[in-house]
Design a protein around this ligand. Sequence first.
Ligand code: FES
Length: 102
Amino acid sequence: MDQKIPKVKIVIKSPSSSLELEAKRGIGFQGVCAKHETAIEFNCRAGDCGICCIKILSGEANLSKPTAIEADFLKAMRADPDERLACQTRVFGDVCVEADYL
Ligand code: FES
């Protein structure tokens, strides 16, 4: 069975780069970054360290809702409403994010 999974457009910006790519709807940023060299860094991959924090520039409604672990971490860090942990986030529509912005 060859079901076509819709594609989404993901733009990942940083102070020194901008990458635009297509990926399967529902992919996590970890999966995206495993296939492409991006400015997003990962360490714990479990919502504990915060190194993967990204700023959502557009398409916030196209992302998965924060997991309980992510919501707790972002609250503890007093993160801005447009900040997410890439390791906990899946993409269901077009988005533009910024990494390495701190
Ligand atoms: S990689 Fe540690 S919180 Fe995402």
